[in-house]
Unconditional design. Structure first.
Length: 114
């Protein structure tokens, strides 16, 4: 198979990194958790790393939080990288409030406070 890029096409490596991050929806309800679970499983099966983009999160429920904890444990067991990137203030507040930052691998910048 031959890959041909037209001048307007981005380089494959640039889009691959963007496509890898799983985007959490603004409202992570129990109903939306099932779709997210499917995407997490696929990412774990077909990628060497899982990145979760939490930049749009306004609210997150316990079902999605449980999925994130389980996904982090699974990634560690399989020697895969797992990261939460671009966490919104609402995401950070909820995770910190539930004392789950360590369980999902949420790292806050030094000196960051809620």
């Amino acid at each position: 198979m031959t890959l041909t890029l037209s001048p307007s096409d981005p380089a494959p490596d640039a889009t691959a990194a963007e496509d890898r991050a799983l985007q959490l929806p603004a409202n992570c309800t129990t109903v939306k958790a099932e779709d997210f679970r499917v995407r997490l499983v696929l990412a774990a099966d077909f990628q060497d790393a899982t990145e979760i983009d939490a930049s749009e999160v306004e609210s997150i429920g316990q079902a999605t939080l449980q999925l994130l904890v389980a996904a982090k444990i699974e990634a560690e067991a399989n020697h895969q990288r797992f990261a939460i990137v671009n966490p919104s203030p609402a995401f950070v507040a909820r995770v910190e409030g539930c004392r789950l930052a360590e369980a999902i691998g949420l790292e806050l910048p030094k000196g960051a406070t809620l």
